[in-house]
Design a protein around this ligand. Structure first.
Ligand code: FES
Length: 83
């Protein structure tokens, strides 16, 4: 059990993380490696981890194109990757 646990959903799967965890880390913890699809259909995932490359974009609570490496997890958050 993580310290100060927060529960969120990653592609419908419940995930428990510690408060202060970055969303990209929570997504990886859920076993997801393909965060989005390139226009050519290829899988994409976090590259820089500091908000520059835009490869970690996901949908958070219905808001598309959010950088998961720049977003802290929040209780009840619902996020989806392109799968
Ligand atoms: S990993 Fe590069 S912007 Fe998020």
């Amino acid at each position: 059990m993580p310290a100060n646990p927060i529960q969120l959903r990653v592609n419908g799967k419940s995930v428990l993380v510690s408060a202060g965890t970055v969303l990209a880390a929570a997504i990886a913890q859920a076993g997801v490696t393909k965060f989005r699809r390139a226009v050519t259909g290829g899988p994409r995932g976090p590259l820089c981890g500091m908000g520059i490359c835009m490869e970690c974009r996901v949908t958070i609570n219905g808001q598309t194109q959010c950088r998961s490496c720049q977003t802290l997890c929040e209780e009840g958050m619902e996020m989806r990757t392109d799968e």
